[in-house]
Design a protein around this ligand. Structure first.
Ligand code: ADP
Ligand code: ASP
Ligand code: MG
Length: 408
């Protein structure tokens, strides 16, 4: 069971979480519960670091950020004690979560779950601080990137071979679009790991991307549901032949992207490799890449990246300006993305055409286009994102489609 920040925001909510966990235990299940930092604690800690330093050291950043989750899981353990249950809380490293050394966005590389197993065998409910681990090499505290408690939960579920990983949050499940942007969005009963991967990768913050990767790789059934009501939520499972494939299952969006364009790069082998190696070494998460046809031996190259990595990317590219002799490097920090996701897209032509038509009818200019077999993404101006999501949700009648779909 994983509880997000809004589910443990205050004392009453912490008691509510303890009751949900106790109820599961009383039904006879062993429970490992992962808890996030309360409310906006992590945002507050990030802000505090920037009040002290313009470029906080990543190792120290992780020491700071990991505290939020420790507070929550100790408090939930206390609330469980008051309900008469045996409960024990662990930090990520105590829970045996080992990561690489990429501070603030570490990847889990190994889980040594003996201590969890022992505590469960002794009859304890185990609370684990989400979003953190310990680097295998240097034995430093690491964090897993924003939203990383989801990843802790799914990775632990895989490690202890759990029947299900339940993600408790402030919405009743995965919706056809972010309900904060589309009030008419509806809850999906079921969605495949593959579709959810695309939704998460393209901005649906309801689940962290890596948590869905773990769920798919280790075949962990996920159940996203509300902390506050008892209704069934959304099941995210392996795709089965009986599952009806929606042409469009959902719409994801991102509003915190940037675009870099490099003009006049030499149109010859090795240039793209040099550019993207320098960016990879700086740990920049490059996304959509477009290179146009070379004219007179020169080409232009554009790519998108998270807004908060723009400064570092510009610094990294400046180091190869002399070597590559490109004409200019421009950045646009007003970028957003809107993505249609649907497993049925691969066998239904015309979805891209309809998407572009809807955007054009709404006067929305497309800057870049990117596709996979089950998604179409457009890069647009940030100010157009909410309007685009709403217009596409209406045009594809997602509320009607999702409601009428038979989910087996
Ligand atoms: P938690 O703190 O529980 O981890 P998050 O804020 O990380 O919660 O994720 C839940 C939020 O994700 C919702 O409040 C909602 O605004 C947002 N969201 C974005 N896309 C979707 C979607 N397709 N379905 C449901 N929620 C979504
Ligand atoms: N507290 C962390 C964050 O706000 C991790 C999480 O909530 O999953 O990003
Ligand atoms: Mg989250």
């Amino acid at each position: 069971m994983k509880f997000g920040g809004s589910s443990v925001a205050d004392a009453d909510k912490i008691r509510n979480v303890a009751q949900r966990i106790a109820a599961a235990r009383e039904l006879g299940d062993d429970v490992v519960a992962v808890v996030s930092a309360r409310g906006k604690t992590t945002d507050g800690l990030v802000q505090l670091a920037h009040e002290i330093s313009d470029r906080p050291d990543p190792r120290e950043m992780d020491m700071l950020l990991s505290t939020g989750e420790r507070i929550s899981c100790a408090l939930v353990a206390m609330a469980l004690h008051d309900l008469g249950h045996q409960a024990v809380s662990f930090t990520g490293s105590q829970a045996g979560i080992f990561t690489d050394s990429a501070h603030t966005k570490a990847r889990i590389v190994e889980i040594r779950a003996e201590r969890l197993h022992d505590a469960i065998t002794e009859g304890h409910i185990v609370l684990v601080a989400g979003f953190q681990g310990m680097s295998l090499d240097e034995k430093n505290v690491t964090t897993l990137g924003r939203g990383g408690s989801d990843t802790t939960a799914v990775a632990l579920a895989a490690a202890v071979n759990a029947d299900v990983c339940e993600i408790y949050t402030d919405v009743t499940g995965v919706f056809t679009a972010d309900p904060r942007i589309v009030p008419g969005a509806v809850k999906l009963t079921r969605i495949s790991h593959e579709e959810m991967l695309e939704m998460a990768a393209m901005g649906s913050k309801v689940l962290a991307l890596r948590s869905v990767e773990f769920a798919r790789n280790y075949d962990v059934p996920l159940h996203v549901r509300s902390s506050f009501v008892l209704d069934e939520g959304t099941w995210i499972t392996k795709e089965t032949p009986e599952m009806e494939q929606a042409i469009v299952s959902g719409i994801a969006h991102k509003s915190d992207e940037a675009k870099i364009t490099i003009t006049g790069v030499a149109d010859q082998p090795g240039v793209a490799a040099t550019i993207f190696t320098v960016l990879a070494d700086a740990l920049i998460n490059v996304d959509t890449i477009i290179q146009n046809m070379g004219i007179d031996g020169r080409a232009d190259l554009s790519f998108t990246l998270p807004l908060d990595e723009l400064g570092r990317a510009q610094d990294a590219l400046a180091t190869i300006q002399d070597q590559l002799k490109f004409s200019s490097l421009t950045a646009d920090d007003q970028i957003g993305k809107v993505t249609l996701v649907g497993a049925g897209m691969k066998s239904n032509p015309g979805i891209a055409a309809k998407m572009f038509r809807v955007l054009s009818e709404n006067g929305i200019n497309i800057l870049m286009i990117d596709t996979s077999t089950i998604r179409i993404t457009v890069v647009i101006h940030r100010d157009d994102v909410a309007r685009a999501v709403q217009a596409l949700h209406d045009a594809f009648a997602l509320e009607v489609q999702a409601a009428s779909r038979v989910n087996v």
